[in-house]
Design a protein around this ligand. Sequence first.
Ligand code: G1P
Length: 302
Amino acid sequence: MFQNIRKAVIPAAGFGTRMLPFTKAVPKELIPLVDKPVIQYVVEEAIASGLDDILLILSSGKEAVLEHFQAAPELETRLKETGKNELLAQISSIGKGAKISCVYQEELDGLGGAVKLAENFCNGEYFAVLLGDTILDSNGDVPVTGQLIEAYKQVGTPVVAVEAVPAANISSYGNVGGIWKSENIMQVDAMVEKPSPAEALSDLAVASRYVLSPEIFPLLHRTKRGKGNEIQLTDAIRELIPSGSLHACKINGRRYDLGSKAGFIAANIEFALRDAELSSSISKKLAASCPEIAAAISNMKE
Ligand code: G1P
C-alpha cells in the first residue's frame, strides 16, 4: 500500500558560486527565466504534482526566496489602482495551492545536510525533494515530480529521477546502475556521487528530483562527509540498496540548470524564443546589432 505524498522539500541554501558576482547578494534561486525566478517554476512543479506542503531550506541572506511567495499588499494595491489586472492576477497567485514554510541551514555542509533539516517537517511521511536551482520541463506532460510519484506507486520504494548524459559529463552528477524492471524503471543496485568516467556505473545521472521515505533521516544522521567534503544525499540513499529499496525512474523532461552561466543564458534564449511576441521583438532588436543571430531566429521560426 503506498502513501499519499503531500510534502515537498526544496533545498535552496547554497552560495551559487557558479553565478558570482550576481549571486553575491541575490540568491541563485531568484535568477530569472524570462520573467519568473527559477524557484517559482520549481514550486509550480511541486504544486502541479499534487504537493501542498512545501519546505524551503534556506541560508542566512536568502530571505528573499521566501518573500517571493508571500503576499505583497502595497504592490497589489498599486496594480489594482492602475488597472493592471492581468499582472495583479499573476502576482497574487504566486505559490497559491500550497503552504510554504522555511528552515535555515546554519552550516552549509551539503545537500545531505540540507535534507536532514526536513526531518520534523516530514513527520514520518514519504516526501519529494526538488533542487531549487533546476527546472525540469515536461513539455505539457505529467510534471517530472509527478512522474516520480507515479513510479513510487508502482514500486513502493524511494525513487530517484535519472536521465542519460554524455560519458564525459557523468562526473558532475550522482550516478546509478541496476536492472531495468520496465521501460523507464530500474531497480538500483549501485549508486555513486560524481564518479570519474572510469568509475561510472552507467550513463544515468541523478536529475534533481527524488521521492524519499522517512527512513532516509537516520541514514543521513550516520552519513559522514564525502565528495567535496560535504554530506552527500547520494551516500545516504545508497544505504537503501541492500534491502532492495531503491528504484530510479528515467524521466520524460528537459533539465535546465540555471545555476551555471551557459545554462542560464541558453535557457533564457530558448524560452524567450518560444513566446511568439517576445521572439519577434528580440529579432527586431538584434537585427541591427547582430544580424547573424536575427537570421538564425527567423530560420528557427520558419
Ligand atoms: C547534486 C547531487 C547530484 C545530482 C545533482 C543534479 O549535485 O549531489 O547527485 O546529480 O545535484 O541533480 P550538485 O549539482 O549540487 O553538485
